[in-house]
Design a protein around this ligand. Structure first.
Ligand code: TMP
Ligand code: ASP
Length: 263
């Protein structure tokens, strides 16, 4: 599949056109950002790992009946995906309290939640992706009541599947962020809701079940070091560590700071 013009460049990924108007290419960069771009670095090999991990997770979800945007992985850094009209909402699911939840509401770090908590954030970098309610979503037309009903159900199902998937490899799924979009289904001639974007250690909090060692982007956010080793550990446990990749050849693991402004 030939890559056409760049359609969009985000903090960690680039989207390119293809000859098929319904399909685009998603390219995973090595760039890591935190605190809405205030902290920025290149983490060599991260894009390759997130591409593989996200492919694995979305394929597994798809086998469980969750519709996703993924068509297939094309190479080390790229996936062919369905072009989707992305809802401007981040759907955050929390099983254990940490991160912004503890800061915002003073909930003690590590509190196990009785049932998963679903939060909505409005995707708007200039506003730091603020937390919003369903009423905001309906009032401003970011999604309809019916769409949110479908998405909520899909999201809790995804959480159940992912908890099991990670538990089986000795990892606690603490929380994660997902995004959805609408794609055109040629067969049914209808728009359908699909899971979009990525699911990777960039977008989840993953703790080792025994030691609670962080195996996700918090290693970068909190300057804990060994970012790529943690992502590789996740890939290895999932059984998808790319055999063909010679780690030293692609300089895996080097973190090159780009900028870090404290707020
Ligand atoms: P938070 O505790 O910082 O709100 O993060 C909740 C989850 O969402 C955590 O797994 C990290 C993920 N996340 C993203 O994927 N992108 C983001 O921009 C933010 C703020 C969080
Ligand atoms: N992705 C967000 C950013 O760049 C924040 C985060 O993941 O912590 O800045």
């Amino acid at each position: 599949m030939n890559k056409g013009n760049k359609l969009y460049e985000g903090k960690a990924k680039i989207i390119y056109e293809t000859k098929d108007k319904d399909l685009v290419i998603q390219h995973f960069k090595d760039d890591a950002t935190a605190f809405n771009n205030l902290k920025k670095a290149k983490v060599e090999g991260k894009g390759v790992l997130n591409n593989r991990i996200s492919e694995y997770i979305l394929s597994n979800l798809s086998q469980c009946g969750i519709q996703t945007h993924l068509v297939k992985r094309l190479n080390m850094r790229e996936q062919l995906i369905k072009k989707a009209e992305i809802f401007p909402i981040e759907f955050i699911v929390r099983n254990i309290a940490t991160g912004s939840l503890t800061k915002r509401l003073g909930i003690p770090e590590g509190t196990i939640l009785d049932k998963p908590l679903l939060e909505y954030c409005y995707k708007k970098d200039e506003l730091n992706d603020p937390l919003v309610s369903k009423e905001h979503i309906f009032t401003f037309g970011w999604a309809t009541e019916k769409e949110i009903q479908t998405i909520d159900k899909m999201t809790f199902r995804i959480n159940d599947i992912l908890i099991g998937m990670f538990r089986a490899i000795g990892i606690k799924l603490v929380d994660f962020k997902i995004e959805y979009g609408k794609t055109w289904n040629k067969d049914t001639k209808k728009k359908e809701i699909v899971l979009a974007d990525e699911i990777s250690p960039d977008t989840c909090r993953l703790w080792d079940a025994k030691t609670e060692k962080k195996l996700d982007k918090d290693r970068f956010r909190k300057d804990l070091g060994n970012i790529i080793q943690a992502y590789q550990d996740v890939a290895r446990r999932l059984g998808i560590m790319p055999e063909e990749t010679n780690i030293s050849e692609v300089n895996f693991g080097k973190t090159i700071p780009i900028k870090f402004k404290k707020k």
